[in-house]
Design a protein around this ligand. Structure first.
Ligand SMILES: NC(=O)c1ccc[n+]([C@@H]2O[C@H](COP(=O)([O-])OP(=O)(O)OC[C@H]3O[C@@H](n4cnc5c(N)ncnc54)[C@H](O)[C@@H]3O)[C@@H](O)[C@H]2O)c1
Length: 323
C-alpha cells in the first residue's frame, strides 16, 4: 500500500526544514569559529605591535590640511608634517598666528605651505575655503581636525554662546570638513582623517561639561565613520582618533596634577610627534600618554563609581578659569 501523497509531502517538507536548520546551525558555528580566530589573531597582532610598532608610511607628497594651525598642537603638526616632505595647508581663524606658522615653514627647506583664514565652525566658510584649496593646491589627502576651544568652568556658569561655540568648533566643524574633503578621498580611495578628541572625550571631566560632550561626540563620529567605511572591503581611507591628556599650549589654564611624573603635561612638539607617528602607522585610536586609553577601557569593566574613585585617586583635573 502506497503512502498518502499529502503525508509524503509533509514528511518531505519536514526533511527540508530540518536540513535548512542544520545548514543554518553549521553556518553560525563556522562564522563563530572564524570570528574567534580573527579575535585571537588581532589580539596577538595588537600585543606584538606593543613591542614592535608597525612601520611608518611616508607622507611625502601628501597634501595635509591642519585646522587650528596657528597655535599649539596645530602649529607643531604643520611644522612637523612639512619636515616630513608633506605639502601643508594651514587653516586658522587667526590670520596673524597662522602666517607665523607658514612663514616658519617657508624659512626651512620644506615644500611650500599654504595659509587660509577660515572659521571652521562656519559651514559656508569651510565649503568656500575648501573649494579654494582644491583649486590652488589640490586634493587634500590627510585631514587633521585639530582646532578646538575649552571654556573651563561649572556647567551653569557656561553661557549659551559658549556652549554653542564649543559644540560648533569642537564637533560640528568635523562634519563640515568631512563633507568638504571626504568625497575626493572616496573617489580616489586614498586618504587619512585624524581627529583630535581628548581624555575628556573618554571620561567626563570637572568644569568641562560642554567640552567633554563635544569630545565624546568626536569619538562617536569617528567610530561610526569607521564602521561605515569598512562596509567597502577595498576601503583604503584610514581614520585615527587622538585622546590627549594635558598639553602645554595654554589651553589648560589651571591644571592640578597629583602625580607629575606619571602624568606630566607634555609639550606640543611631543604631542604632535605622537599624533603623526599614529597617523603614519594607521593606528585607529591612541591617547597621549599611550597607557591612558587602555586604563580608560579597563576601568569601564567595573561599576561606574570605580571610575570616580580612580579620578579621586589620580587627583588630576582643571580648576575653573573664572578664578
Ligand atoms: N592642550 C591640551 O591640553 C589638550 C588636551 C586634550 C585635547 N586637546 C585638543 O587639542 C586640540 C588643539 O588644542 P591646543 O591646545 O593646541 O589649542 P590652542 O588653543 O593652542 O590652538 C587652537 C588653535 O585653533 C584655532 N581656532 C580656534 N577656533 C577656531 C575656529 N573656529 N576656526 C579655526 N581655527 C580655530 C586657534 O586660533 C588656535 O590657533 C583642540 O581640539 C583641543 O581640544 C588639547
Amino acid at each position: 500500500m502506497g503512502v498518502d501523497p499529502l503525508v509524503q509531502q509533509i514528511i518531505e517538507s519536514q526533511h527540508e526544514s530540518a536540513a535548512s536548520q542544520m545548514k543554518f546551525v553549521l553556518q553560525v558555528i563556522g562564522d563563530f569559529i572564524v570570528f574567534i580566530l580573527h579575535v585571537l589573531w588581532l589580539t596577538c597582532l595588537g600585543t606584538f605591535r606593543m613591542f614592535s610598532p608597525a612601520p611608518k608610511k611616508s607622507v611625502k607628497g601628501e597634501i595635509v590640511l591642519v585646522t587650528g594651525a596657528g597655535h599649539g598642537m596645530g602649529r607643531e603638526l604643520a611644522l612637523q608634517y612639512a619636515s616630513h616632505g608633506a605639502t601643508v595647508v594651514g587653516w586658522d581663524i587667526n590670520p596673524i598666528t597662522l602666517d607665523g606658522t607658514i612663514t616658519d615653514i617657508a624659512k626651512m627647506n620644506y615644500p611650500k605651505a599654504y595659509a587660509y583664514t577660515c572659521n571652521v565652525a562656519n559651514r559656508a566658510e569651510v565649503m568656500e575655503t575648501a573649494a579654494k584649496v582644491q583649486k590652488e593646491v589640490g586634493s587634500v589627502t590627510i585631514l587633521l581636525n585639530n582646532a578646538g576651544i575649552m571654556p573651563c568652568h561649572r556647567f551653569l556658569e557656561q553661557t549659551t554662546e559658549e556652549i554653542e561655540r564649543t559644540m560648533n568648533i569642537n564637533i560640528m566643524a568635523h562634519f563640515w570638513t568631512l563633507q568638504a574633503f571626504l568625497p575626493d578621498m572616496l573617489k580616489n580611495n586614498h586618504g587619512h582623517i585624524v581627529a583630535v578628541s581628548s581624555v575628556a572625550g573618554y571620561a567626563g571631566q570637572l568644569n568641562l561639561v560642554p567640552y567633554s560632550a563635544s569630545k565624546f561626540a568626536v569619538r562617536g563620529a569617528m567610530e561610526a565613520l569607521q564602521v561605515e567605511l569598512r562596509t567597502n572591503p577595498n576601503n583604503k581611507i584610514r581614520l585615527t582618533t587622538i585622546y590627549p591628556y594635558m598639553v602645554n599650549t595654554g589651553l589648560c589654564k589651571q591644571p592640578v596634577i597629583r602625580f607629575k611624573s606619571l602624568l606630566p603635561i607634555v609639550t606640543p612638539e611631543s604631542a604632535a610627534k605622537h599624533i603623526i607617528d599614529a597617523q603614519r602607522r594607521d593606528v585607529i585610536d591612541t591617547s597621549i600618554p599611550g597607557f591612558l586609553l587602555g586604563l580608560g577601557c579597563f576601568v569601564r569593566i567595573f561599576p561606574s563609581k570605580v571610575l570616580y574613585l580612580l579620578m579621586d585617586f589620580v587627583g588630576s583635573y582643571l580648576e575653573t578659569d573664572k578664578n
